[in-house]
Ligand binder design. Structure first.
Ligand SMILES: [Zn+2]
Length: 184
């Protein structure tokens, strides 16, 4: 499914991510150097990912869990971003809602993840952030294929397809924010 999105320029379209090779994924990163993209840990189980249910592929660096990666299909191109999880310590009483899939998790189930902006803005140290499910399994929560351990899905009147469309719009917006100049 494809969703139109416009932020004052050409429409950016975001769709369910297609199956991708390790090299496709490494080539897709827009906010890290070629050297970093070459070294970053791409999941070894690409062949068994549930691609048809994934709005994006997200994973953590097993050696450095504060580093995470997200690859989505944007305007027909595979586009990857490197993210960092802001340090946080939250009790189980504390609940946050993922901004992409609107799943509520207690404790550290939702994290603020920041991504360096692309190009000159990134070199100047600017970044953009997103509250997102720490395990990056939003696509599966949304489709009822995964149940939050300490959390719940908000009851919504929107259909699953509409919720998927909303996720794509929000994700497109985040990618757009990464390449947007800083507003003054
Ligand atoms: Zn989520």
């Amino acid at each position: 499914m494809k969703v139109g999105f416009s932020a004052g320029g050409d429409p950016v379209r975001c769709g369910v991510v297609r199956s991708a090779s390790e090299q496709d994924i490494r080539n897709s990163f827009i906010n890290c150097s070629k050297g970093e993209a070459k070294r970053l840990p791409v999941p070894r189980n690409l062949a068994t990912q549930p691609w048809e249910d994934l709005d994006f592929l997200g994973w953590h660096d097993p050696q450095a869990p504060e580093r995470s990666y997200l690859v989505a299909e944007l305007a027909g191109d595979l586009t990857g971003i490197a993210l960092r999880i802001a340090t946080q310590k939250r009790g189980l009483m504390h609940t946050n809602i993922c901004s992409l899939c609107l799943t509520a998790h207690s404790g550290n189930g939702v994290s603020m993840m920041t991504a360096r902006k692309t190009g000159e803005q990134g070199r100047l140290g600017n970044s953009a952030g997103l509250y997102v499910c720490t395990d990056l399994a939003c696509s599966l929560y949304l489709r009822g294929k995964k149940t939050p351990v300490n959390g719940s899905r908000i009851e919504e009147s929107l259909s699953e397809a509409e919720q998927v469309a909303r996720l794509h719009t929000k994700l497109s917006g985040f990618f757009t924010a990464l390449s947007a100049p800083v507003s003054r």
